[in-house]
Structure formats: structure tokens, C-alpha cells
Design a protein around this ligand. Structure first.
Ligand SMILES: Cc1cc2nc3c(=O)[nH]c(=O)nc-3n(C[C@H](O)[C@H](O)[C@H](O)COP(=O)(O)OP(=O)(O)OC[C@H]3O[C@@H](n4cnc5c(N)ncnc54)[C@H](O)[C@@H]3O)c2cc1C
Length: 386
């Protein structure tokens, strides 16, 4: 049966930007009912956690494993919010070891990369739970209805009202709309959703609202980095060579090494059941292509094991894998926007009662959690629906 839901405010997406937005919006505004629609099974989006049905007790952060805040412009909104997360004990300053593997000198250094610059913070929960905690913090009156496993495929704006249609035909209506994802604004939606017009463009035709035209122009040129993450469920006895009890251990590969081994970084994640999980990230296009085309999963696994064992052959802390470990793969078609950040000035259209947030906006944190959080906070500040 198709259902028809009406809300004051609808939010598309349940990633960290949507959760920060919803939380702060509820804190600052008197609103009745909010609906949050997410295609995934839970909150977190690209900062989420794989809770495997097959491997009980394992929780691997398979997108962003932590967050780093540079805040070069000393934005007080961002600074205060991070302080709030610290005070509420949602995050703490990262105390895990970060190692930079360098082929030339064969030495290990601490390194400042895109994901390590500034101050690094670790969630005190899994990454999915962090988003959940953030949104629950100001949702004590249960004003938000959550719709998971619901993919929005169509947007319409008529008579001052937004009408959203999901893939299974459910209709959601609201006076105001927040898009925390740009899928419905970007040309990649045509292929992914098998449609012939970008949904936002269809809802707001060209020349009706300059801000929307400019936003869509920027996004038209925005490109993305695809990534794969390999989740390794190690054997019970697998451990470090040395004594190390911190939650995570990060290994970043210098470019030459990344080209050779195809791995971008390797994150060891200590589990609550004391198993040691390993998440390997790759953005090497040839390797991604190989993995996507390989007919036999064993071929991919063999390659991962042999590269891993080769890389850590003489390492003083990391043991070799026995190749009996189980691996699952997560495919991130668009893991990170990589060009044409959208100016924050196009974030909100009062005329169409629509706002946008996410890591695809300009600033220090472009393509990272920092950008997602900042854009959500900026949007709450800008938004005036009445
Ligand atoms: C492998 C990987 C590693 C990363 N590492 C780091 C890191 O170390 N540090 C860092 O800061 N950042 C990292 N990032 C980037 C970081 O994860 C993102 O910047 C951040 O999570 C984006 O949050 P968001 O809320 O803006 O978007 P998202 O998390 O993408 O949230 C958007 C949500 O909308 C949902 N959605 C999309 N379209 C629809 C639709 N039509 N209907 C319903 N729901 C929809 C999606 O399922 C998603 O949950 C990494 C990303 C990946 C993939």
C-alpha cells in the first residue's frame, strides 16, 4: 500500500550533516514534525559502521574512521560545536597511533595528510552511533520520524509545497525541504536512478531562481573520488606483535607505496570482543577496476593478502595475515567530492523553501566531515522559512 506523509520539514539523507542540521534546527526552532528519509539501513552515510549479520559482534567503521578539524579560519560556530561534542563525551581527541609508511627511507613518520591535518578526534562510539547520538541529543520530544531503506527518486514543487516520491511510490509532502545529499542535484543521478532529468532541475526549471541555477552549474562540474574499502575479519588469535591497546592504529601510505601496493591507508580497529578488525582503503582506479571486474572473489582476496603481507613483511608491529581471514568489500561510488566546491552562499533558497548541506560545499573541510558539519551549522543560521 502506498502511503502519503505530510511534515513541516523533510530532510533527505541521514549522514552526519543531516544529523547535525536536524539536531541544531530542533534546538533553535519551534517546529512540529520533521521527517528524515534515508536510503540506507541506519544513520551515518559515508561515516557509518558495518554491523555484519554474518560476523556477530563485529563493528567496523568502513567509511570515515574518525574526523579531523583544521578550522583554519577559526570559525566560532564550528569551534563551539566541536567543544559541545567534546563536553557531551561524544568524541575525544584521537590518541591512536598514526604511522606514515615511506618507501624511500623505509622509515615510519607521523604525517599530515588531508585526513590527519588539524586536530584529530575519535568518536567514543561507532561512527554510525555518533550520528545517532548527535541527532538524539535534541530530539527528546521525538519530533523526527525516520524512514530508512527509502530512496527518493522524484522531487516536485507545486503550490508552495514539496512533494517527494520514493522508489516504491510512497509520497512525502512538506512546506520546507533540506537536501543533505547532492545525488538528486547531480548528473550521476540520471544513471543511478535511471531517470532522464536531474530531479531538482525538474522541480525548479531554469531561470526561476538564480541561486538554484548557479548551484546546479557548480555541481554540473563537480567530480568524485570512487573508493573501495576491504573489511578484514581476522582470526581470533590475530594480534599485534607489540603491546598496543588503543582503539585504532592508522597506517598511511606514501604515494610511491600507494602505487605499488594499491592501498591508500590501513586502519586496525580493536573490536569490543577483542578481535582485531582491519579496514583497507583504496582509491587506485586500476585496482578498483580489477576488483569490480573480477569474476572470482578469491582472486581479489589473494591480491589483498599478498599485498598486505608484502607491505608489512619487515614491520616491527604488524603480523602477517594467514589468508584464512574473511574479507568483505564496500563500494563507494562517490566517496568524496574532488572538485568545484559549491559556495556556501547558494545554500538556501527562501523562495523555494529549500536548503542544502554536506561535504560538497566550499571551505577547509571540503570533502570531509569537517565540511559536512560546518555546512549544516551555517545552514541552521541562514534558514528562515517564514
Ligand atoms: C571510504 C571513505 C573514507 C573517508 N575518510 C574520511 C576521513 O578520514 N575523514 C573525513 O573527514 N572524511 C572522510 N570521508 C568523507 C566523509 O565520510 C564525508 O565527508 C562525510 O561523511 C559526508 O557526510 P554528509 O552527511 O555530508 O554526506 P553523506 O554521508 O553522504 O550523507 C548523505 C546521505 O544521504 C543518503 N541519500 C543519498 N541520496 C538519497 C536519496 N535519493 N534518498 C534517500 N537517501 C539518500 C545517503 O545514503 C547518505 O546516507 C571518507 C569517506 C569515505 C567513503
Amino acid at each position: 500500500m502506498k502511503v502519503d506523509f505530510t511534515y513541516d520539514l523533510l530532510i533527505i539523507g541521514g549522514g552526519i550533516s543531516a544529523c547535525v542540521f536536524a539536531s541544531k534546527y530542533l534546538q533553535n526552532n519551534n517546529t512540529n514534525k520533521v521527517g528524515l528519509i534515508e536510503v540506507g539501513r541506519g544513520l551515518g552515510g559515508r561515516s557509518s559502521t558495518r554491523i555484519s549479520k554474518r560476523f556477530k559482534g563485529w563493528e567496523l567503521n568502513h567509511g570515515a574512521p574518525n574526523l579531523n578539524i583544521c578550522n583554519r579560519k577559526n570559525n566560532l560556530l564550528l569551534k563551539n560545536y566541536i567543544d559541545e561534542l567534546l563536553a557531551n563525551k561524544f568524541i575525544k581527541i584521537e590518541d591512536s597511533e598514526s604511522v606514515y609508511l615511506d618507501q624511500e627511507t623505509n622509515k615510519e613518520n607521523i604525517y599530515n595528510s588531508e585526513f590527519t591535518c588539524g586536530i584529530n578526534y575519535l568518536s567514543l562510539f561507532s561512527m554510525s552511533q555518533l550520528s545517532q547520538k548527535i541527532i538524539e541529543f535534541n530530539n527528546s520530544k521525538a519530533k523526527i520520524d525516520f524512514y530508512f531503506e527509502t530512496l527518493i527518486v522524484d522531487l516536485e514543487f507545486n503550490n508552495n509545497e514539496w512533494k517527494l516520491t520514493s522508489k516504491n511510490g510512497d509520497i512525502f509532502k512538506s512546506k520546507c525541504l533540506i537536501c543533505s545529499t547532492n545525488l538528486l542535484l547531480h548528473k550521476r543521478s540520471l544513471k543511478i536512478l535511471d531517470i532522464n532529468q536531474i530531479p531538482l532541475r525538474k522541480a525548479i526549471p531554469k531561470n526561476k531562481e538564480k541561486k538554484i541555477d548557479l548551484l546546479l552549474n557548480f555541481l554540473d562540474k563537480q567530480t568524485y573520488i570512487p573508493r573501495l574499502t576491504f573489511l578484514i575479519y581476522t582470526n581470533k588469535r590475530y594480534n599485534y606483535k607489540d603491546v598496543y591497546y588503543k582503539k585504532n592504529r592508522y597506517f598511511y601510505l606514501q604515494k610511491n607505496l600507494e602505487n605499488k601496493y594499491k592501498f591508500e591507508r590501513i586502519i586496525f580497529q580493536l573490536q569490543n570482543n577483542n578481535n582485531l578488525g582491519i579496514v583497507i582503503h583504496t582509491k587506485n582506479i586500476d585496482f578498483i577496476d580489477f576488483c569490480l571486474k573480477a569474476k572470482d572473489e578469491d582472486l581479489i582476496n589473494q591480491k589483498i593478502f599478498s599485498n598486505f603481507n608484502d607491505l608489512f613483511k619487515n614491520n616491527s608491529t604488524i603480523n602477517q595475515l594467514t589468508c584464512n581471514e574473511k574479507i568483505s568489500i564496500m563500494k563507494w561510488r562517490a566517496s568524496q567530492p574532488s572538485s568545484n566546491p559549491v559556495p556556501l552562499s547558494f545554500q538556501f533558497s527562501r523562495q523555494y523553501r529549500i536548503g542544502f548541506c554536506g561535504d560538497w560545499f566550499e571551505g577547509d573541510g571540503f570533502g570531509r566531515i569537517e565540511g559536512s558539519i560546518l555546512s549544516a551549522l551555517e545552514l541552521v543560521k541562514k534558514i528562515r522559512f517564514n
